[in-house]
Design a protein around this ligand. Structure first.
Ligand SMILES: Nc1ncnc2c1ncn2[C@@H]1O[C@H](COP(=O)(O)OP(=O)(O)O)[C@@H](O)[C@H]1O
Ligand SMILES: [Mg+2]
Ligand SMILES: [Zn+2]
Length: 283
């Protein structure tokens, strides 16, 4: 059911009643008192058209009834808009591929356990806040450093933010998963091609690639990763790279040029240099 057509019709009826009747050929207007069951007396416009001896008569509706109907239609339309938005968010969340253990992470429940963590959190908050601009200019993030410091926590919180607040699409994956999908296209009778895989990783507004820098099986796997990063870079799509390597190691591994590219368009590199959050809790 399309409410917007009906809304336009009711609005037009009300606007007509607020203006003097437009003169029409073969037509006379008459105004008289009428009674609405619910609103009592109202001024009714009667339009009488005489055509080839036949008379057609139309009468205007109660303005209070029309106004009520308009309100109901507008509310129904707004409700449908909200429902549409909710179901879009649900689909985007399903497509994110969010690991269960990060179901509850947000930017708000990340603790700034030391000044460095506070700075990382601040930059991630700024990244999320300026998402529309990052999206336009393709600015990404490089998150590297010790395990357990909350890199995944922050990256997935950003993904949730862009989905919930902007209905952007986001995909979380790992280097191994990308490599596996690529290799599956090399089989005989493979269902999709390498280009299909690239497309799949180029489509989302935000791509998060985890576990960059773990030992690759081959040079070919490294090439695949670059292919994905470069294709996204060229189409100005933001990518977040997560690695447990220290920045200089990561730099050596994927090359400074790739890191620079990631930081183009207002992105930045965050180094997580402190001890694991869990070891701190245990201490
Ligand atoms: N500063 C922090 N505040 C709140 N939770 C944290 C923080 N750092 C890490 N965690 C939690 O510790 C666990 C490990 O963090 P994770 O994001 O997987 O780290 P990394 O990706 O850096 O290895 C997660 O459950 C995460 O929510
Ligand atoms: Mg991690
Ligand atoms: Zn009425």
């Amino acid at each position: 059911m399309n409410y917007s057509i009906e809304i336009t019709t009711v609005r037009q009826k009300l606007a007509d009643l607020n203006a003097p009747p437009k003169p029409l050929e073969h037509t006379v207007f008459e105004e008289r008192g009428a009674i609405c069951d619910r609103h009592g007396m109202f001024k009714q416009r009667c339009r009488k058209m005489a055509l080839r001896g036949k008379g057609i008569e139309t009468r205007s509706e109660c303005p209070a009834c029309l106004t009520e109907k308009l309100t109901q239609l507008e509310q129904a339309e707004a409700g449908r808009g909200k429902h549409r938005k909710r179901s879009k968010i649900k689909t985007l969340m399903d497509n994110l591929n969010l690991p269960e253990r990060f179901a509850y992470v947000t930017l708000d429940n990340y603790e700034p356990v030391n000044p460095y963590a506070a700075r990382c959190l601040k930059l991630c908050n700024a990244y999320a806040t300026h998402w529309p601009e990052r999206l336009k200019r393709g600015g990404g993030l490089v998150m590297c450093g010790k395990p357990g410091t909350g890199k995944n926590h922050l990256a997935l919180s950003i993904a949730k933010h862009v989905i919930n607040e902007h209905q952007s699409s986001a995909l979380f994956t790992t280097v191994l998963r990308i490599a596996r999908e690529f290799k599956s296209t090399w089989r005989k009778n493979a269902e999709c091609s390498e280009a299909d895989v690239i497309t799949r990783y180029t489509q989302p507004d935000l791509l998060i690639i985890d576990e960059v820098g773990i030992q690759f099986g081959s040079e070919a796997e490294k090439m695949i990763l670059f292919e994905v990063i470069n294709t996204r870079y060229e189409s100005m799509k933001p990518t977040i790279i997560i690695s447990n390597l220290a920045l200089d190691e990561l730099s050596r591994f994927i090359g400074e040029r790739v890191i620079d590219r990631m930081n183009d368009g207002g992105g930045c590199t965050l180094a997580f240099t402190w001890e694991s959050y869990r070891s701190r809790m245990a201490a």
